[in-house]
Design a protein around this ligand. Structure first.
Ligand code: GTP
Ligand code: MG
Length: 136
């Protein structure tokens, strides 16, 4: 079966939404096979977000991810990579559809980075690379 990396970002943990987010993943029928609270360091985040180096939101993104603990999860199930991305909703929480994690729990806070509660790997290759960073 397929597996993906899910992160509850610092905003989700700080707002006490970890349980609600994990409950949605389990309610959909996916299986949690790894779970931990992580204080990320800059080196991990530089690897995790290497595709975004040089973009205007890159540095604020890294600072945001350093701002508090993150919940990292390994989630398994048929089609889970696309399925979790669908559950998470669009990157921008303002336009993410109601019914999605970002659409229901997220909003624009007027900051330099979109605080959008969760991360999910976007391909099998990304998933394996990212699982190595967070669970290696
Ligand atoms: P992740 O699951 O976190 O990777 O989100 P994503 O795949 O929907 O978005 P992407 O990988 O393109 O961007 C990574 C993160 O950077 C996003 O989740 C946002 O927190 C932030 N981000 C992406 N695009 C923008 C943008 O245009 N403006 C701002 N301010 N932040 C952005
Ligand atoms: Mg992404």
């Amino acid at each position: 079966t397929e597996r993906t990396l899910v992160l509850v970002k610092p905003d989700g943990v700080a707002r006490g939404l970890t349980g609600a987010i994990l409950a949605r993943i389990e309610a959909k029928g996916y299986t949690l096979t790894g779970l931990k609270l992580v204080d990320a360091d800059r080196a991990m985040l530089e690897q995790h977000y290497e595709e975004h180096v040089g973009k205007p939101f890159y540095e604020p993104l890294v600072e945001f991810m350093l701002s508090g603990p993150i919940v990292a999860a390994t989630v398994e199930g048929q089609g889970v990579i696309a399925g979790f991305r669908s559950l998470a909703g669009a990157t921008d929480p303002t336009t993410a559809a109601p019914g999605t994690i970002r659409g229901d729990f997220g909003r624009d806070w007027g900051l330099k980075v979109q605080q959008n509660l969760v991360h999910g790997s976007d391909s099998p290759e990304s998933a394996e690379r990212e699982l190595g960073i967070w669970f290696g």
